[in-house]
Design a protein around this ligand. Structure first.
Ligand SMILES: Cc1ncc(COP(=O)(O)O)c(C=O)c1O
Length: 469
């Protein structure tokens, strides 16, 4: 894993050398530490899409050459996705959706069977919480004080409630990056007669993940998003047992998913088509498949090792900053993907993110990351405090709400980028008063903005130029 190897890998990322405007009029090389939200695309994915686009046509519809080719591309992509996650195509199917949120919503209409209950956890992204809360009777696994799933509580709930037929948990947290023991949880779920669904949005891009593998408890459902796996264009996938999708009415109905329709009757296509209404997102699906191919060809397990080392390095460097609070156990003690959330005492998380963006060209995220119950737990907020912040939210207040700063890595990030981040945070700590004074809160967005320069004007001009190009 030498420097040359890594420099060549970095060149596989679109826009790796981009510069962005910063406060003191100069431009700075952009450091993207927000990969848990969306990763940049792979050059090879974009090249494959460009090569294919002249041939792009309708899927499952026309009979012209381009349409036949497009249908085959779609089918081959489905096969590649199943292969990547070791899903036997005689048992599992891949249903394409637009992202993890849509996939989880789709499943929440049909899982578990009527009269049964779901077990989710308080660690989940809202997309693996709210669909269940609103459509099924949902129980939640409690958390330990350091932000892990309480496995004793998990087992207790399964043991005491035989109506629970689905356990749905994230493979890795989008706040702390902790990797849940999904195969152990699968064993427990199966032992107590439930299925397991893994929200793999954060795990799949950063660890090899197999739905079914020798000597490993099988998983029942996986859901993930392509845009977090170096493939833009808006696709995602559900992988699950074919038999689960043969019966019942799909949550969305219309063209492209029926074999026959008369005035009286509707005959649905078999899965996966019966769950994919309308014209599918062929480009998005092809991009996902080519990204997975690229990961395979480029020694995914080596990329994973590299990310592990980088995460440990970042955590240990961040620990040296005075007054930093790091959430979750150290990656030296507990497996984590490259997601680290923190706060700097006495400095609002929004100000930290603004300063990093406007003065160091570093892109991070701040707030609660669509995972409020988990963030509340990690921050140690009391129920009255949570109610107070909810009352502010109801009034439309966006400023001074609780949250954290999150950094998250892809395989292309470097230790030098971590050093720049840490140096910037130390600078912020040392010149705290002066730097705080350079910013004001925009009451419309609740975000910190520099007092002396309008970045929204720069962005407006940039947008205009992109439409004109
Ligand atoms: C763990 C987890 N689940 C679900 C989602 C939702 O993904 P998407 O926005 O692609 O639907 C995210 C997004 O950050 C996530 O991190």
């Amino acid at each position: 894993m030498g420097k040359k190897w890594h420099e060549a890998l970095r060149q596989e990322i679109v826009g790796i050398d981009l510069e962005v405007p910063i406060l003191n009029e100069t431009r700075s090389k952009y450091i993207n530490l927000d990969n848990a939200a969306t990763t940049p695309p792979l050059v090879s994915v974009i090249k494959s899409v460009e090569t294919f686009l002249p041939w792009y046509s309708s899927v499952h519809r026309g009979y012209g050459y381009k349409s036949q080719l497009s249908t085959e591309i779609y089918k081959t992509s489905r096969q590649l996705v199943l292969d990547f996650f070791a899903a036997d195509p005689t048992k599992y199917t891949a249903i394409f959706v637009k992202n993890t949120s849509e996939g989880l919503n789709k499943l929440s209409y049909r899982l578990p069977s009527k009269g049964y209950e779901v077990l989710s956890s308080w660690m989940e992204h809202h997309s693996n919480d709210l669909p269940w809360r609103f459509r099924q009777k949902t129980n939640f696994i409690e958390l330990t004080s350091d932000g892990l799933l309480d496995l004793t509580d998990l087992e207790r709930k399964l043991k005491n409630n035989n109506r629970i037929k689905l356990v749905t948990i994230c493979g890795a947290s989008n706040v702390t990056g902790v990797i849940n023991p999904i195969n152990t949880i699968a064993e427990l779920a199966h032992y107590y007669g439930a299925e397991i669904l893994v929200d793999a949005a954060q795990l799949a891009p950063h660890r090899p993940l197999k739905i079914s593998f020798p000597n490993q408890e099988k998983l029942d459902y996986l859901v993930l998003s392509a845009h977090k796996m170096y493939a833009p264009f808006g696709s995602g996938v559900i992988i699950g047992p074919i038999e689960s999708f043969f019966t019942g009415t799909p949550n969305e109905v219309g063209g492209g998913m029926v074999l026959a329709v008369s005035r009286e009757q509707v005959v649905f296509s078999p899965p996966p088509e019966r769950e994919e209404v309308g014209t599918p997102n062929l480009v998005g699906v092809f991009a996902l498949a080519t990204a997975l191919q690229w990961l395979n060809k480029n020694n995914f397990s080596q990329l994973v090792k590299y990310e592990e080392l980088l995460t440990k390095y970042a955590f240990s460097r961040l620990q040296t900053i005075p007054g930093i609070i790091l959430y979750g156990p150290s990656p030296e003690l507990y497996p984590r993907v490259g997601v680290i959330s923190f706060n700097l005492q006495e400095i609002p998380h929004g100000l930290v993110a603004a300063y990093l963006s406007f003065e160091a060209g570093i892109g991070v995220r701040h707030g609660c990351f669509c995972t409020r119950p988990y963030v509340h737990h990690l921050l140690g907020l009391t129920n009255p405090e949570i109610s107070y912040y909810e009352s502010l939210a109801k009034k439309g207040v966006k400023c001074n709400l609780p949250g954290m700063v999150r950094i998250s890595f892809g395989f292309y990030n470097t230790p030098e980028e971590i050093d720049i981040l840490v140096d910037s945070l130390i600078e912020l700590r040392i010149n705290e008063v002066e730097i705080k004074n350079r910013y004001r809160i925009d009451p419309n967005t609740g975000e910190y903005v520099p007092k002396t320069k309008s970045f929204s004007l720069i962005i407006d001009q940039h947008v205009k130029s992109l439409f004109e190009d």
